[in-house]
Design a protein around this ligand. Structure first.
Ligand SMILES: [Zn+2]
Length: 141
């Protein structure tokens, strides 16, 4: 039946499931994550269902993106945090659990214990040039 979905975020958007919704616009809905990394941790989701960012039409993404600055300003005001991470996972390998595009907005403070891993690598000789050419071909299509 059209409109029936197992997607938990679509059901929140459709008000079939309860959520602490902090913001709702034609493009996006923002609500409190039920399992926050810190109080005030938000999830920002496009109304349009797409599993991954690369499957979301650009118009849906731009509408969502337009909401982010005011949501971030509110998050800083409400939580008193010193900063925030905007995190967007695509695919199980990247840690995505709910298969509806979502952005985590996570309040951060020095010493909050959440950590930050950024184990940067180095390209071998010629590798970055080769990858650059492959990107140019992929984006030319
Ligand atoms: Zn959905």
């Amino acid at each position: 039946v059209a409109g029936v979905t197992e997607c938990v975020f679509c059901r929140i958007i459709g008000r079939e499931l309860p959520a602490k919704v902090v913001s709702s616009s034609p493009a996006a809905v923002a609500f409190l994550d039920v399992a926050p990394l810190a109080p005030g941790h938000l999830l920002v989701v496009p109304r349009e269902h797409a599993r991954h960012l690369h499957e979301l039409p650009a118009a849906g993404l731009s509408g969502l993106a337009a909401e982010l600055p005011k949501l971030a300003a509110a998050l800083l005001q409400v939580t008193g945090a010193d900063g925030y991470n905007l995190l967007q996972n695509n695919g199980a390998a990247a840690g995505q659990v709910v298969e509806h595009v979502h952005f985590h907005m996570i309040p951060r403070r020095p010493g909050d214990g959440l950590g930050f891993r950024w184990p940067a690598k180095q390209y071998r000789a010629g590798e970055s040039e080769e990858i650059l050419e492959r990107f140019k071909l992929a984006l030319a299509g």
